[in-house]
Design a protein around this ligand. Sequence first.
Ligand code: GLV
Ligand code: MG
Length: 323
Amino acid sequence: MNTPAPQKPLRPRRSCLAVPGSNPRFLEKAQGLPADMVFLDLEDACAPLAKEGARHLVVDALNNGDWTGKTTAVRVNDWTTHWTYRDVVTVVEGAGPNLDCIMLPKVQDAQQVVALDLLLTQIEKTMGFEVGRIGIEAQIENAKGLVNVDEIAAASPRIETLIFGPADFMASINMRSLVVGEQPPGYPADAYHYILMRILMAARALDVQAIDGPYLQIKNIDGYKEIARRSAALGFDGKWVLHPGQVDAANEVFSPSQEEYDHAELILDAYDWCTSEAGGKKGSAMLGDEMIDEASRKMALVIAGKGRAAGLTRTSKFEIPEA
Ligand code: GLV
Ligand code: MG
């Protein structure tokens, strides 16, 4: 029999806010925004000459800022650059206890995750930090990463998320569009369906979260919501936000509506009732016109869990059906 894997912390990540690590004003402002998760970026939002200084700004912001209620991560540079090890060493030695995850961009294979895992373990041991506490978020941003996504998800127990990086991905596969996340003109269906589903399956098989990446037209909130609804409908847990204006949109789209939440809680109550002694120990029941069973309960648990995590409260009560 397999040894059960250690329980991963389940963190809300409806909205994942990108904050350039080289900008003290943004590092300050991010702390007051209602994003579930923030990542301080040392990669593409940081110019090469600003990266060294940004490492220290990020350490200072993590240690002296107020990130209460938020999951914190730092995005380091990818392993094909010469910056990665110093990003990790400086940030984790300097602010490890105030950091939940390291985000690794452009992950191409399992070895890149293993390399980060080993480095984190050495730093944690050297510094006397709890070994294995810091998670890894892996960005899938090119064809090689997608082809290897199952091995990447399984490469370390530290993996908490798989993240779709549409901008780099579109460039990597020569997709003919310059508008990140938008459909390429001339293609009659959803050009992202396969990619999103591939990432989602790898994530669900390993019990990690699936996160959708950025939408760069930051003034177009309707456009943001439309794209976010696509991945939310499939089952993704959240999406990046690049601007304060996108935070509420992400929190809204990745939370169930009040109606969906109430419905899910009613299904759970109805199932509990019908399977109970008093309810006749039945395996299925009617809720209004709808037949529910164990599979309905599992689906309802997902929606109810998301609603509870989003702070929703019930507005309807289960009535015991008349015999
Ligand atoms: C994010 O990193 C992206 O490339 O879309
Ligand atoms: Mg990218």
